[in-house]
Write a protein that binds this ligand. Structure first.
Ligand code: NAD
Length: 475
């Protein structure tokens, strides 16, 4: 048994990342000490604080981990789950560091977590806990526009980000940059258009790019393109729902969706927005008309399909089910959904795995755009939209005169339109995901690396090394 393995033969979550890091390090020649520094978690803040819930005082356990300070601020989501523990938050913080480097987002990695089950707590009490957690972060200087900037993650969303901002502002009144202390806020509270769906859209862009690489598609016996590909998605939360919607709109077939309570299946395809409505109205995806229920939700992962997208939690594909996975491509929308043992099994089977440190980076990319918007205090497109429209109108006039032919109203509408915030955010995200994909693939080819995960780690570590080398090490 290796020193990374625990008694049950499986790896601790942080050790999983170390294992992936070590595989990549074989392709990098640099002083060992620097690699050790990049791997280590710089700061771990574990806290307990009391919150009065009803007549009782509850002690809440929470964390904020800053994995790397090679770029500042640190950045990473906050999750609310009963599974939150130090190992998990350290791992997710490390993933953030590698992720940011891949997509050229100039942040160090961080992550936070509160050990609560938001499904069993009233929103009033979630607000109390969120505000108290934020004030604990402020006390220890673990939050701020230039220090550490949280965002949503599992179990949190715009609502919690608003409360964090409001608490920060009330304790730092007059801070003109206070809006930039957290991202993933609602648009009315300084959020950026396109953040909510950014991670899911990034997953879609990444998989779409892969599906257009002939070599890769032929290697797993699939045709080029996304249209008609059979997809299974686990988790219909923020990431899973938006990814599913974009795949569905692009002509892929969502054959199964899995949630906590069970999964639903229809080989001809599910209408994602109808399923979501059904979930909202009934509190469960089960019993969706024209779909078969699968009681054991984990079994959905093992169904025949082209692409499997785990978008719920970590370690859902492990050594005990990896051999039964039939997908030809797995897109890691969730963080760490595949254990290292399962990774090896799937690699041997020839499954293409698009790794989390690249594929779910859409969220942090658009969070970066939101942070920039907050610091510049102006909406994207505000200064240039009308100017572009005027210039485009002049162009059209010239074209009509030269061609002696009028342009139709519909064509005019399309050509005249100046960029709105959502257009700029989406084009920035698309460009980032496409570039990231090709950088990983180019490196994989040039260094003859066996899989995308190792290549993504090599790309990321090289960028962090470059940062440290230029920064120097404090004597
Ligand atoms: P979320 O809370 O919005 O959604 C998670 C969904 O998974 C929920 O609908 C939940 O009911 C479902 N779920 C829980 N246990 C399940 C199980 N055993 N089987 C099937 N479904 C189950 O969370 P999210 O923000 O969508 O995050 C999902 C994953 O994506 C996490 O791993 C998170 O770290 C990662 N991620 C999120 C973001 C983001 O921007 N939100 C960014 C990067 C990565």
């Amino acid at each position: 048994m290796s020193k990374n393995q625990n008694k049950t033969g499986s790896y601790g979550f942080f050790n999983c990342i170390e294992k992936n890091f070590d595989k990549a390090a074989q392709f990098i020649s640099i002083e060992k000490g620097l690699l050790e520094q990049i791997k280590a978690c710089n700061s771990v803040y574990r806290m307990h604080f009391p919150v009065k819930i009803g007549k009782e005082i509850k002690v809440i356990e929470a964390y904020r981990v800053q994995h790397s300070h090679h770029k500042l601020p640190c950045k990473g989501g906050i999750r609310y789950s009963m599974k939150v523990n130090q190992d998990e938050i350290m791992t997710l913080a490390a993933l953030m560091t590698y992720k940011c480097a891949i997509v050229d987002v100039p942040f160090g990695g961080a992550k936070g977590g509160i050990k609560i089950d938001p499904q069993t707590i009233s929103s009033e009490n979630i607000e109390k806990i969120t505000r108290r957690y934020t004030s604990e972060l402020i006390k220890k200087n673990f939050i701020g526009p230039g220090i550490d900037v949280p965002a949503p993650d599992y179990g949190t969303g715009e609502r919690e980000m608003s409360w964090i901002f409001d608490t920060f502002l009330s304790l730092r009144s007059g801070d003109v940059d206070a809006l930039a202390c957290v991202t993933g806020k609602p648009v009315s509270q300084g959020g950026v258009r396109g953040r909510k769906e950014a991670t899911g859209l990034g997953v879609f862009y990444g998989i779409r790019e892969l599906c257009h690489v002939k070599e890769d598609m032929y290697s797993v016996g699939l045709d080029v393109g996304l249209v008609g590909k059979k997809i299974i998605i686990q988790g219909l939360g923020n990431v899973g729902y938006h990814a599913a919607s974009f795949f569905h709109e692009s002509g892929a077939i969502i054959i199964a969706l899995a949630e906590r309570e069970g999964a639903i299946y229809n080989k001809k395809g599910l209408n994602v927005s109808k399923v979501f409505l059904h979930l909202k109205n009934n509190g469960s995806i089960l019993n969706f008309p024209e779909a078969k229920n699968i009681k054991n939700t984990e079994k959905a992962l093992e169904l025949e399909c082209d692409i499997l997208i785990p978008a719920a939690l970590e370690n859902v594909i492990h050594k005990n089910n990896a051999n039964r996975i039939k997908a030809k491509i797995i897109g890691e929308a969730a963080n760490g959904p595949i254990t290292p043992e399962a990774d090896e099994i799937l690699d041997k089977k020839g499954v293409i795995i698009v790794p989390d440190i690249y594929l779910n980076a859409g969220g942090v990319t658009v969070s970066y755009f939101e942070w920039l918007k907050n610091l510049s205090h102006v909406r994207y497109g505000r200064m240039e939209k009308k100017f572009r429209e005027n210039v485009n109108a002049e162009f059209l006039k010239v074209i009509e005169t030269v061609c002696k032919k009028p342009i139709s109203i519909e064509e005019k509408k399309m050509i005249l339109r100046g960029p709105r915030e959502i257009d700029l955010v989406r084009s920035g995200l698309e460009d980032t995901m496409i570039n990231g994909f090709h950088k990983i693939c180019d490196l994989k080819k040039s260094l003859k690396i066996e899989n995308m995960r190792t290549a993504a780690f090599v790309l990321s570590i090289n960028k962090i090394i470059d940062s440290y080398e230029r920064l120097g090490i404090f004597p």
